[in-house]
Design a protein around this ligand. Structure first.
Ligand code: SF4
Length: 468
């Protein structure tokens, strides 16, 4: 399904449209004559009184730089770590995903354009949270990792720092998924609180960056190199192969070469399948044969761990195997993973060799609740290539409620989803087997529920996309 956006030229700025209050920004200087310069991303916007930055969520407010999206988020959503192209840490771990509004880039093919491009953001798709509410929600649902993701967390810097610091004090990890067009000072601040970086390198071609993302390549390369100097931070890299733009062996080889030369052969590299979106819809999805060929080439060049993303077929391109005996350590289908060959110490259970995958708490409870509760049942049938969806729930009552989710509707029992009084909650449900027909949800009285298709991983389906 390709989703496009009609141009919106004459809309009001996002703060006036949505009533967003200003919040003091970090990383800026006053340059005299009332102008300010933002240092958050390499664009380094110089703004006169009342002007907005390229991202549209920072502005010069009476001679000081303010951010307009502090605490402004899409609905907090439970997903799994594989959603963020992180394969070598805590397979299957539940994460709490947060995305905000605005972006320092403007990719023509953005799958999250409805939130990344401020001009398109609608009130129905945003929520307002404090750092305390985010951390409380993760703890209440037994989730151990906050994931800063979707549109791009760079332009949410102040809220990310405040919340991530609080999260660390409560024993949570922080994951940062970004296209990483960001300044050096901001990276150093992030490295104090972010444990896991999943970074996207769009291309090794400067012209691709300027034409298709409106950002520059070199600062992104510098930023990724800078994170790599923090060797205690987990790093994985993704490269989206966009049909007709960079989906070929030559471009794939340039990415693999740079990873080998600058990051090392042990940094996992994900080649990711594109779907038509936003302003780039006249082409089809990336060919799976091309993706497989680009991966094979990277392996031959020396990349040790190379995966394909958004590919509906399971196989060696999604699994992690032991470098010693070849046993499958982690098996993946879509966003569902299992660890048949990995022991609790992170070693191959066949030959004992230390694996590149670090296991850890996943946040999954003992599960198995009764399949059906009094109330109603909603089913969602998988169709086409879809392997995951979001379940949106709202407890309209003043007392706790429990819904029961069966990711495979044929299963006799399911997972209990506790809902606090008045709580809105979203969680990802993924197809567990190729032959699974769909998922089912038992919903008690007083709870609203809806299934929404997720087009690819790290896509946040908004109300305006699903109910245009
Ligand atoms: S973060 Fe926004 S305001 Fe700051 S330099 Fe980048 S685009 Fe400009």
């Amino acid at each position: 399904m390709a989703i496009t956006a009609a141009p919106r030229a004459d809309v009001e700025p996002i703060d006036r449209r949505l009533g967003l209050p200003p919040h003091p920004a970090r990383l800026w200087t006053s340059t005299g004559d009332g102008r300010v310069r933002c240092h958050l991303c390499p664009r380094r916007c110089s703004l006169a009184e009342g002007e907005y930055g390229f991202c549209k969520v920072r502005k010069n407010d009476a001679g000081r730089l303010v951010t307009l999206n502090y605490g402004i988020s899409v609905q907090l959503t439970e997903e799994v770590i594989e959603t963020e192209a992180v394969y070598h840490l805590r397979p299957g771990a539940r994460i709490l995903s947060l995305g905000n509004v605005g972006c320092m880039m403007a990719c023509t093919f953005c799958q999250n354009w409805a939130t990344s491009q401020a001009v398109h953001v609608r009130e129905e798709d945003v929520r307002r949270y404090t750092p305390e509410q985010v951390v409380e929600t993760a703890l209440a649902h037994g989730i151990g990792i906050l994931s800063w993701t979707y549109n791009d967390p760079v332009v949410w810097h102040e809220f990310v720092l405040d919340t991530a610091r609080l999260a660390k004090r409560h024993g949570l990890l922080n994951l940062y998924k970004s296209a990483f067009s960001i300044g050096a000072e901001a990276i150093e601040e992030l490295c104090e609180v972010i444990d896991i970086f999943s970074l996207s390198l769009k291309s090794m071609d400067p012209v691709f960056y300027s034409r298709m993302t409106r950002a520059r390549l070199e600062p992104v390369l510098d930023a990724i190199r800078q994170v790599r100097t923090h060797r205690d931070r987990h790093l994985e890299l993704s490269n989206l192969l966009v049909t007709g733009a960079n989906d070929n062996l030559t471009e794939g080889a340039k990415v693999a070469r740079w990873v080998l030369d600058e990051l090392g052969d042990d940094v996992p590299l994900h080649f990711v399948r594109f779907h038509p979106a936003y302003q780039y819809t006249a082409v089809g999805r990336t060919s799976i044969d091309v993706l497989k060929a680009v991966r094979e080439q990277a392996l031959r060049m020396g990349v040790k761990h190379c995966y394909l993303g958004n590919v509906p077929e399971a196989g060696p391109w999604t699994d992690t195997s032991c470098g010693g005996c070849g046993a499958v350590l982690v098996r993946r289908f879509g966003l569902v993973s299992s660890t048949p060959g990995l022991n609790a110490s992170g070693c191959c259970s066949s030959c004992g060799r230390l694996s590149p995958v670090v296991p850890g708490p996943t946040g999954h409870g003992p599960a198995a609740a009764p399949a059906v509760l009094p109330g109603r049942e909603i089913t969602h049938l998988w169709h086409g290539e879809s392997t995951s969806g979001h379940v949106s729930l709202q407890n309209l009552t003043g007392s706790p409620r429990v819904a029961i989710l069966r990711p495979d509707l044929r299963a006799p029992a399911g997972r209990a989803i506790p809902l606090r009084p008045g709580e809105q909650w979203r969680l990802m449900v993924s197809r567990e087997h190729p032959d699974s027909p769909g998922a089912a949800l038992s919903v008690p009285d007083g709870v609203q529920a809806e299934f929404w298709d997720v087009l690819d991983r790290a896509h946040f389906p908004t109300a305006q996309e699903m109910r245009p």
